[in-house]
Design a protein around this ligand. Structure first.
Ligand code: ADP
Ligand code: AMP
Length: 219
């Protein structure tokens, strides 16, 4: 299965990606997580991405596309993958679809986790992440079992560098201007599955699994 996850920043893409990736046995590829890890490790890629991310802007297409194309060249994605946070511009969408076609493969679905901006502004201040394994928590809606520590790997949780109010507003604007056109793009291709992301995490997962299982039955 080849699936992409669309939705505004903070919609719950990373949260749901963990469940989808486990259920369907496909690798979860998050461009945001890859950039964040590279910033923490101080790599060349991290240096290129940092100032854009800190301002809430998108990392330029050429850098991001290069990163994803290299990742999709690896052996573990032959049977499928879940792309979280890519594509995010019309051009990224075109390049991805071209690459999939060229490889004689198909994209199964573009899952849109739909959440209005008012919910996003409320959620962001409470997000905590594990820099080690990328797991995402929420102080109120999805707290870890032990305060401040990751359930999966025990590392300390932290606020995300771009979750402050100013960057959140910029990211919402960027989403509206640069990423939302992809909704129509995938709708025209009859690949779009809309998910109500305002419900509780478990209810969102249920809706995703229900919609994906109808796809599986079609094959
Ligand atoms: P994204 O990957 O789309 O940026 P995350 O998965 O990191 O978003 O989720 C953003 C924040 O919202 C996290 O703190 C997460 O725990 C919380 N969250 C995710 N899904 C829900 C939900 N359905 N209801 C409430 N909070 C949620
Ligand atoms: P995310 O974790 O998906 O919210 O991504 C964090 C940040 O990484 C974004 O705000 C962007 O600056 C950058 N980023 C992630 N994915 C992309 C992408 N597909 N294109 C451009 N920038 C991206």
């Amino acid at each position: 299965m080849r699936i992409i996850l669309l939705g505004p920043p903070g919609a719950g893409k990373g949260t749901q990606a963990k469940f989808i990736s486990e259920k369907f046995g496909i690798p979860h590829i998050s461009t945001g997580d890859i950039f964040m890890r590279n910033i923490t490790e101080g790599t060349e890629l991290g240096k290129k991405a940092k100032s854009f991310i800190d301002q809430g802007l998108l990392v330029p297409d050429e850098v991001t596309i290069d990163l994803v194309m290299n990742r999709l060249d690896q052996a573990d994605v032959e049977e499928g993958y879940l792309l979280d946070g890519f594509p995010r511009t019309a051009y990224q969408g075109e390049v991805l679809c071209r690459m999939i076609r060229k490889g004689g493969q198909v994209l199964d679905a573009a899952l849109l986790i739909d959440v209005p901006s008012s919910y996003i502004r409320e959620r962001m201040p409470g997000r905590r992440i594990c820099r080690f394994c990328g797991a995402s928590y929420h102080l109120q809606f999805n707290p870890p079992e032990e305060v401040g520590l990751c359930d999966h790997c025990g590392h300390e949780l932290a606020e995300r560098r771009d979750d402050h109010a100013e960057a959140v507003e910029e990211r919402l604007k960027v989403y509206e201007e640069q990423t939302m056109p992809l909704i129509e793009f995938f709708e025209k291709k009859k690949l779009l599955l809309r998910i109500d992301g305002t419900k509780e995490i478990e209810a969102v997962t249920r809706e995703i699994f229900e919609k994906l299982s109808t796809l599986e039955n079609h094959e």
